[in-house]
Design a protein around this ligand. Sequence first.
Ligand SMILES: NC(=O)c1ccc[n+]([C@@H]2O[C@H](COP(=O)([O-])OP(=O)(O)OC[C@H]3O[C@@H](n4cnc5c(N)ncnc54)[C@H](OP(=O)(O)O)[C@@H]3O)[C@@H](O)[C@H]2O)c1
Length: 305
Amino acid sequence: MRNLKLPNNEMNASELSLGCMRISKLTNQEISTLIHTALDEGINFFDHADVYGGGKCEEKFSEALNMNSGLRDRMILQTKVGIRQGSFDFSREHILEAVDGSLKRLRTEYLDVLLLHRPDALVEPEEVAEAFTILETSGKVKYFGVSNQNPMQIELLRKFVKQKILFNQLQLSITNTSMIDAGINVNMQINHSVDRDGSILDYCRLNEITIQPWSPFQYGFFEGVFLDSPKFPELNEKINAIAADKGVTNTAIAIAWLLRHPAHMQPILGTTSPQRVKDACKASDITLTREEWYAIYLAAGNKLP
Ligand SMILES: NC(=O)c1ccc[n+]([C@@H]2O[C@H](COP(=O)([O-])OP(=O)(O)OC[C@H]3O[C@@H](n4cnc5c(N)ncnc54)[C@H](OP(=O)(O)O)[C@@H]3O)[C@@H](O)[C@H]2O)c1
């Protein structure tokens, strides 16, 4: 497993992360096997959110692993706050309260990374700044980032927040490429030309913010997995041919496609299958050629101008 070039910090992060959004349905034994498989494969970065499973994902994670300082030291734990029932909430009070809840459920004294989960329309960046400083000085959080935010939202935070924004977690897979499409089709009279996110991809590169692609195997908004789906025959044919050529699975190719982008992204795997974790980690051993990357992009139904 290659390590990631993460600017502006001392984290020794793996280039793949394991997301824990779907683990609440697993038994403790299954969770333990999943996480230890990831660790054995070189993944040291685990993504949570206070809302996953209504808190159960964080809770079961630490319970299943019987969290202890030895194990904790081998992990980079990231969680997200700001989603509540029926609203988003980036208030100082909520951020602080939510972090305390996550620390308790994860059975740890500190979070390596805290992300703001989804933009709060009523955000007051001065309050976020206060919360971040309290969390940093108390030692509860080491590093900070955001999720699903566009450049101007990040700029607004950066005007007030002292800490660096290191991450932006965004939906990105071979079948969800609007942030790439808009850069390829500048100023064209077609749908692919629409810049839906304020050029977030280039903004993150310019500002050394690591993009963490979420739902790397899904099409639509949690509509299903594109791999082996009859909805994407041409894409699967291309992915399978490249997989056969490189001696890996289609799972590895889906992740290798994200890793090939020079933005140095850190995909978040959402699988609960230890075998798929192993398959995905093989992506770290290969590098797609420029021709293979574009061939997969085109097979997903995209066109070059
Ligand atoms: N910031 C945000 O707003 C946001 C939003 C969503 C997710 N996330 C984060 O991103 C992580 C990943 O998201 P995700 O779980 O949606 O991503 P994903 O990895 O694209 O999807 C995982 C799901 O797809 C299934 N799957 C994957 N590959 C498969 C294959 N080859 N064949 C059949 N099924 C397959 C998995 O089933 P198995 O478990 O059986 O493998 C699992 O149900 C989450 O855990 C969370 O940490 C963040």
